[in-house]
Each structure stands twice: as C-alpha cells, then as structure tokens.
Write a protein that binds this ligand. Structure first.
Ligand code: ADP
Ligand code: ADP
Ligand code: ZN
Length: 215
C-alpha cells in the first residue's frame, strides 16, 4: 500500500508517518528529511538547497523528483508513505509515472486539515531527535525526560533553521500557491481522504488507520 500524507507545514505529517512505520512496517519517504541530509553533507547540491529551504521556498521539482526516484528502486516492505512529497502538480504527475513504471500505484492521499492559527505554535515549538528523527513539541509533546529521546535514548535534540515565524509565513504561502491544488487533483482521481489534523495525535492516527483499513 502506497500513501501520501498531504498538509501544510506543521500539520503532523512526520508524526503520523513515524507511527505508521512502527505499526505497519511501511517505509517513510520524507523529501524534507532527505534535503536536510543533503544540506548537512556539505555537497554542492546541499549548499544550493540550504538557502532556498531556510527562506521557506520550495526547491526545484527536478531535485526532489530525483531524490524520490532513487528510493523507489530499493525494497520497501509494506509500501511507501510519501511525506512532504509531492508539493507541486509537476511532482504529482512525476510520482504517478514513477510508480507506474515500478508496477505500483497510489492507494490513498490523506489530507490533514488544520487551521493556520495552530501552525505557528506547532512549528515554533517543534524539535526532533538528531539520531532517529522522533518528533517532539515543547508544550504538546515534550520528551519524557528533558533532552533524552523516548524512542532511542539519544541525547541530542535539534531544531530546524526554518521553524521560525517568518519562514513559516513563506512556507504557508508556498503551500497555498503550489501545493494546495493537489487536493483537487487527487480528489478528481478518487484518491482523496481528509482527516481532522487538529485533533490529538492519537485521534488523528485512529482516523488514518480507519481510512487505510477500508482502502
Ligand atoms: P514541513 O515538515 O514543514 O512540511 P518539510 O520538512 O517537508 O517541511 O520540508 C522542509 C523544506 O524542504 C520545504 O520548506 C522546502 O524548502 C523543502 N522541500 C521539502 N520537500 C519538498 C518538495 N517535495 N518540493 C520542494 N521542496 C521541498
Ligand atoms: P509536519 O511533518 O506536517 O511538518 P510534524 O509531525 O513535524 O508536522 O508536527 C509539527 C509539530 O506539531 C511537532 O512539534 C509535533 O510534535 C506537533 N504535533 C503533531 N501532531 C500534532 C497534533 N495532532 N496535535 C498537536 N500537536 C501535534
Ligand atoms: Zn531518537
């Protein structure tokens, strides 16, 4: 089963993707994570994308499609969770073509509906484990022991350079201009399911489970 988690920055895509990986053995493909890896690897591509990301703009379709294409060749167990990809209509078309070439298709696109007002608090309070990527929040979901990852015990937590109020505004603008048309695109394909992303993490994951169990 291959699914897309769709929603603005801070909607909870990464949080839910990690839960699905644990529960269903699916493979999370986060272009944001891949780009942050490239950013810290010191490669030429990394330098090029760092500035764009820090400004809150989208990197080129060519780069992210290339990143995804590489991953589709690897064995993937119980299917892929596309997290933060596709973000443009061109990426959505490319994903359809890539999956078809691999004899695969999309089973569901899950739109996580949230109010913009909630996103500022979510994004500015976000931090993650540098080792395993577990996602936390200062107020809503702090690590049980401050500074220690609940999932893997590592003691280095990181905050993203683009998790500021200013960069979030730009990221939201990009979302509405370039990504939100995908809601109509996947609705027309009969693949769209919407869940209330404002609910508690456990309630959201139950809603997603319900969608996946009936598709
Ligand atoms: P969020 O968790 O806030 O939704 P991501 O971690 O998915 O953000 O992405 C962080 C940044 O990486 C984006 O603001 C953008 O610059 C870049 N990025 C990630 N995925 C894509 C994509 N599919 N297309 C273009 N740029 C992307
Ligand atoms: P995305 O990948 O869509 O950018 P994340 O999963 O990283 O979003 O979540 C953004 C922040 O909001 C994190 O700090 C996370 O702990 C928190 N969060 C995620 N889901 C919820 C939820 N349902 N209710 C409240 N906070 C949440
Ligand atoms: Zn960890």
């Amino acid at each position: 089963m291959n699914i897309i988690l769709l929603g603005p920055p801070g909607a909870g895509k990464g949080t839910q993707a990690k839960l699905l990986v644990d529960e269903r053995g699916m493979t999370q493909l986060s272009t944001g994570d891949m780009l942050r890896e490239a950013k810290s690897s010191g490669t030429e591509m990394g330098h090029r994308v760092a500035e764009v990301m820090n400004r809150g703009e989208l990197v080129t379709d060519e780069i992210v499609i290339g990143l995804i294409e590489e991953k589709l060749d690897a064995p993937h167990g119980n299917g892929f969770i596309f997290d933060g990809f596709p973000r443009t209509l061109a990426q959505a078309d490319a994903l359809g073509a890539l999956l078809a070439r691999h004899g695969q298709h999309l089973d569901a696109v899950i739109e996580m509906q949230v109010d913009d007002a909630a996103l500022v608090e979510r994004v500015t309070g976000r931090y993650t484990c540098a080792n395993c990527g577990a996602v936390y929040h200062d107020r809503i979901k702090p690590a049980a022991t401050a500074g220690v990852c609940d999932a893997c015990g590592a003691t280095q937590m990181v905050r993203r350079a683009d998790d500021t109020e200013d960069a979030l505004k730009q990221r939201l603008m990009e979302y509405y201009k370039k990504t939100s048309p995908l809601i109509g695109y996947y609705y027309a394909k009969g693949a769209l399911y919407s869940v209330d992303g404002l609910a508690e993490i456990g309630i959201v994951s139950a809603a997603i489970r319900k969608v996946l169990d009936k598709t």
